[in-house]
Design a protein around this ligand. Structure first.
Ligand SMILES: CC(C)(COP(=O)(O)OP(=O)(O)OC[C@H]1O[C@@H](n2cnc3c(N)ncnc32)[C@H](O)[C@@H]1OP(=O)(O)O)[C@@H](O)C(=O)NCCC(=O)NCCS
Length: 194
């Protein structure tokens, strides 16, 4: 198992991981919604800020996706991805727009934004921490001071993981918990190795 930078060949695997780690669905529309909301912007517009965990065949089995500039992320999402979301699910479109308003309020303090997912059979083996470490050292090199994320308020596993890594809760509402992390400025400072 290794952590490496994203490559173009990983795109389909990342879409698969995005769908497989969400609430189970057989709906093609729901699958498209998931990848449009949580995957495609990052691999198509900021792939330099994406890291994957790969198995011995070099196939991605987990990822961490990041935008280092929330304002750019929101602008491109609204222009190029949200019209598709509108067609697929209008209430999710509305909820996402509301989330953008809340996140915009915090974007000055936490300019970066991330998503992380690992396939079921590879969880709780330290890969989440390793992906986080790879991203945090990348953000430190780029001079990005802090990062934010959104997690379902009922995702106990996810919230436990983020807290263990050092994330703290910023705001909770509409079934979503926003958490943040201050990128350590010294190598190793603040991170917990596995
Ligand atoms: C959340 C996730 C990224 C964590 O990655 P991971 O590789 O499993 O985590 P690590 O092995 O690095 O860290 C383990 C820690 O995470 C938390 N954790 C992981 N799996 C857990 C589980 N099944 N139940 C409770 N806590 C869990 C615990 O704090 C655990 O520490 P512990 O084993 O000492 O209790 C991964 O489990 C995952 O992708 N889950 C499904 C999708 C998801 O929820 N993504 C986040 C959406 S915002």
């Amino acid at each position: 198992m290794k952590i490496r930078k994203y490559q173009e060949k990983d795109k389909k695997n990342l879409q698969y991981i995005c769908i497989a780690t969400a609430k189970p669905t057989n709906s093609e529309k729901q699958k498209e919604l998931l990848t449009t909301l949580y995957n495609d912007y990052f691999t198509e517009c900021e792939s330099e800020n994406v890291f994957v965990a790969a198995n011995d065949d070099d196939d991605a089995i987990g990822y961490i996706l990041c935008s280092t500039d929330f304002k750019k992320y929101r602008k491109t999402m609204k222009k190029d991805y949200m019209p598709k979301v509108w067609k697929l699910n209008k209430s999710k479109w509305l909820l996402t727009q509301l989330e953008f308003i809340i996140e915009t309020h915090y974007a000055k303090r936490f300019p970066a934004f991330l998503h992380i997912d690992i396939l079921d059979g590879y969880q709780r083996q330290g890969l989440g921490h390793k992906l986080m470490d790879a991203l945090m050292s990348h953000l430190r090199e780029k001079g990005v001071p802090s990062v934010m994320l959104g997690v379902s308020a009922d995702n106990e596993k996810g919230i436990n993981f983020y807290k263990k890594y050092g994330f703290y809760e910023v705001i909770r509402g509409m079934g979503i918990c926003k958490m943040a992390y201050d990128v350590p400025q010294q190598q190793g400072e603040g991170t917990q190795s596995v």
